[in-house]
Design a protein around this ligand. Structure first.
Ligand code: PDD
Length: 287
């Protein structure tokens, strides 16, 4: 089936959708994005993603080309036109195509480029990896210093993912100054032997995950102990459990880090419970 995608106000077959070669996203990675999951044909935490998009645009002094209400409408229209029941919606906004290459920002009247498309992922919720867990390798975090902004500069995370694949693993955790920042496309957590959930505190060093915010809220509501602080790879390898969160993985257990089994190499009860709670609550709140 040819997907219908959205480009600058138009719904088009993917084969006819085009963006200029002068687009700032293409030439400078001058763009921001969001990924929202769809379960049972409904959007998961749309409000959270819309709010972070606003923040990313503001931080980069980019125009906001479309209101949240209209954005919601486009998301729903794409779900409907593509018959999407389970998968993701990718949204990207760039600083537009001024018609030439220039390091300086384009003239005020340059319209941002807005692109959205769906990715069907049958079995996203029932992923078998949730039962077996992920294997992780660690890599040095060599990204820029504003990781709190969700930009499309994803080359380094992509290299991290490839390093993991080459090592026969699923993903990479990035390490800076001896402590874990986050995964290539997810936030990273451990559960100590005393049962405390530990994840790095929010700062410019990591993306402020929308799933992270929800999961920590649900954990606290369930009387689980949460500590927001950095941790090392050695502490993670010695932890009772480890897991990651993201809009596409929800809560996903980690069972091996740099070749060392975590929690005996088995998926742990806290990650499993948090995944259940997260999905249950998100199904209820989906729009
Ligand atoms: N990635 N950290 C990084 C570096 C990310 O790229 C992501 C999301 C997260 C988790 O954020 P959230 O819970 O809001 O999805 C953390 C998306 C899924 C992606 O790039 O596909």
């Amino acid at each position: 089936m040819t997907r219908t995608v959205y480009v600058n106000g138009e719904y088009l077959p993917e084969t006819e959708a085009k963006v200029s070669i002068f687009d700032r996203g293409f030439l400078f990675a001058d763009g921001v994005y969001e990924v929202t999951s769809v379960l049972n044909g409904k959007l998961i935490d749309f409000a959270g993603h819309a709010k972070r998009l606003d923040r990313s645009l503001t931080e980069l002094e980019m125009k906001r080309p479309i209101s949240t209400e209209d954005l919601l409408e486009v998301h729903r229209e794409l779900v409907s036109r593509n018959g999407l029941t389970e998968g993701l919606i990718y949204l990207q906004i760039t600083r537009g195509a001024p018609g030439d290459r220039d390091f300086a920002f384009p003239p005020e009247e340059t319209e941002p480029t807005v692109v959205l498309f769906t990715q069907a992922m049958p079995g996203l919720e029932a992923s078998p990896k949730a039962k077996t867990g992920l294997k992780i390798v660690s890599v040095e975090d060599l990204r820029w210093g504003r990781r709190d902004i969700k930009t499309v500069q994803l080359l380094y995370p992509s290299l991290g993912k490839m390093a993991a694949k080459k090592a026969g693993c699923d993903d990479a955790w990035m390490v800076e100054d001896g402590v874990v920042t986050e995964g290539t496309s997810n936030n990273a957590y451990i559960v100590t032997k005393a049962g405390t959930i530990v994840t790095r505190q929010l700062s410019n060093d990591i993306l402020h995950g929308i799933t992270r915010a929800a999961v920590l809220r649900f954990a606290r509501e369930a009387q689980m102990k949460v500590e927001e602080r950095p941790f090392t790879i050695a502490e993670a390898q010695d932890a009772a459990e480890a897991f990651v969160t993201s809009a596409s993985a929800f809560v996903m257990p980690v069972v091996e880090i740099d070749g060392a089994p975590v929690g005996g190499g088995m998926v742990g009860p806290i990650a499993t419970r948090l995944r259940e709670i997260y999905l249950e609550e998100m199904h209820k709140a989906a729009i």
